[in-house]
Every structure is written in C-alpha cells, then in structure tokens.
Design a protein around this ligand. Structure first.
Ligand code: PGA
Length: 252
C-alpha cells in the first residue's frame, strides 16, 4: 500500500513573517489528517522558522531546490547538508527550474544522487510541455526524464523516491490535466519505466503524485485514480483552508 502524499510548493512566495502566519493557519487542519504524508516546501529563507513550528508534529518540511556539490565556490547556491539541517524532503527538477534556470536531466540526476546520499527524500518532477503533448511525445519525454534523471540509482534508492508528474501546460494555468489522462501517463509510462529500471516491486511502491492546477475542487478527481498517490500543489498551497481541504481529500 502506498501512503497518500501531498506537498505544498510555495515557490517564490512569503516572507518569514508571512510564512509563519500561513503555517499557523493551516497547522491544526493538517495535523488532523494522519493518513496522509504532508509536506510544506517554503522558500529557503523560511525553512529555519518553519522547521521550528513543525517540530514535534508529523508534518514534513522540504526545500524547493538544492545544489549537488557538498560545499565550495558556488555563489547563491544551497548545499545538501544545509537543506538537511531543516528538511526531510527536497523538490528537484521542477519545470520552472528546467525552463528558467537551465536544469537538465543530467543536473537533476546529480541532485537526486546528492539528496539520497544526504538522507533526503527527493520529490522528482517530470512532465511534458504543451508542444510535446500536442505532438504526441508525452511518453517519450516522460520516460527519458525518468531514465536520465534517475540514472545509476540502486533499486533500494529508487524505492524511497517520490515522483511528481506535472504536465508543464497545467502548472499555474488553471487548466489541470484530466484525472484519467494523468492516471494513464502514470500507469502506462511512469511505472513501466520504473519497472524496467528497478523492477516491479519498486515501480509499484514508489509514490507518484500529480501536479498542475490542483485545487480543492478538482483534487478528488486525481486522488480517486488508482495510479496517482497524491499531489504537488502550487498556488492552492498558499491558501490555508484550500490546502487543508486538498489534504483531507487525499485521505478519503
Ligand atoms: P500549481 O503549481 O498548483 O500552481 O499549478 C504546481 C507546481 O508547480 O508544483
């Protein structure tokens, strides 16, 4: 059985003070839903403050990115051990990182391996662009992102991953994929690719989330799909009541 998983990706939003307010608003609601693995991913600058607020709860904390090197002359970057001081999770390969900051399957792979080496659970994002989707290339793109992004992992390492299938055209657009279409990509492409690389047991055990314009109104459409284990939520994770409703829907 795969435990449902919902993470909030706050992206570049909220000062420390604003982050504290948002977490205090959602914390009671989130704490009530034990059946779901719940993770908040605020900006780096708020991690220390939010880690303090979450200590003693069973709610996880994640960063939104990380460098793969352990330390050194990489101005502006954050090392795995720095993330690990506060977090259990790290989002890697988000499409905004790939699109605006030049991340490739190869750099994603370095980051995934570094995260695992430091005991962090990577939430690895994959997904096709609108042009790729319309050209019928979804399966090819998504399987390549998995094959290259998860290259050289052992089955044991792969079994601890969380994968977020986020069609790029659905992110922040208000135009979510249909539950059925997302379920088909996970069941027909993502799990079979994982099975080829790491075996059936790993492929069936890895949590695969859907991401892209998930709201309280459409969350159930994804959570009722047999292949989808939860959601990576952007915009709707910045609204306390809305995010709590999404987490509650994942427990149904
Ligand atoms: P969105 O973002 O929910 O605002 O579409 C999802 C994501 O980027 O993870």
């Amino acid at each position: 059985m795969r435990k449902p998983f919902v993470a909030g990706n706050w992206k570049m939003n909220k000062t420390v003070e604003q982050a504290r307010v948002l977490v205090s608003e959602m914390l009671p609601g989130l704490q009530a839903v034990k059946a779901v693995e719940r993770v908040l991913c605020p900006p780096f600058t708020s991690l220390m403050a939010i880690a303090a607020m979450l200590s003693g709860t069973d709610i996880g904390l994640g960063a939104q990115n990380m460098h793969w090197e352990t330390a050194g002359a990489f101005t502006g970057e954050i090392a795995p051990a720095m993330v690990k001081e506060f977090c259990q999770y790290v989002i890697l390969g988000h499409s905004e990182r790939r699109t605006y900051f030049g991340e490739t399957d190869e750099t994603v792979n370095r980051k995934v391996r570094a995260a695992l080496a430091h005991g962090l659970t990577p939430i690895v994002c994959i997904g096709e662009t609108l042009a790729e989707n319309e050209a019928g290339r979804t399966a090819e793109v998504v399987s390549r992102q998995i094959e290259q992004g998860l290259k050289d992992l052992t089955p044991e390492q792969a079994s601890g991953l969380v994968i977020a299938y986020e069609p790029v055209w659905a992110i922040g657009t208000g135009r979510a994929a249909s539950g059925e279409d997302a379920n088909r990509v996970v069941g027909d492409v993502i799990r079979p690719t994982l099975a080829k690389m790491f075996g059936n047991t790993v492929a069936e055990g890895v949590r695969v989330l859907y991401g892209g314009s998930v709201t309280a109104a459409n969350a159930a459409e994804f959570f009722t799909q047999p292949q989808i284990d939860g959601a990576l939520v952007g915009g709707a994770s910045l609204k306390a009541a809305e995010f709590v409703k999404i987490v509650e829907a994942a427990a149904q």
